[in-house]
Design a protein around this ligand. Structure first.
Ligand code: SF4
Length: 82
């Protein structure tokens, strides 16, 4: 999404809102809830724990990533401004 503010300034919200996702493998207990909520970003690795397949997070998946963060039962996912 791009907003135009006045005639001279543009605010490229997509680039500025890019987030980086990480999973703390020591904390993750598996189960794949994050993958179910946001399959474009989260995967299940061979060790049954979650991983990040795509980062920075595409802007159209940011809401799903935030839901995955909120839904993770052990708080293993972190989203940070990229
Ligand atoms: S929701 Fe949390 S505990 Fe479950 S797989 Fe994802 S990171 Fe691991």
């Amino acid at each position: 999404m791009r907003k135009t503010i006045g005639k001279r300034f543009r605010w490229y919200t997509d680039e500025r809102s890019r987030m980086k996702a990480t999973v703390d493998k020591e904390t993750c207990i598996g189960g794949g809830l994050c993958r179910d909520i946001c399959p474009a970003v989260f995967i299940t690795n061979d060790d049954a724990k979650a991983g990040v397949a795509l980062t920075p997070v595409p802007p159209d998946t940011t809401a799903a990533c935030r839901e995955a963060v909120a839904s993770c039962p052990v708080g293993a996912i972190t989203l940070t401004a990229g």
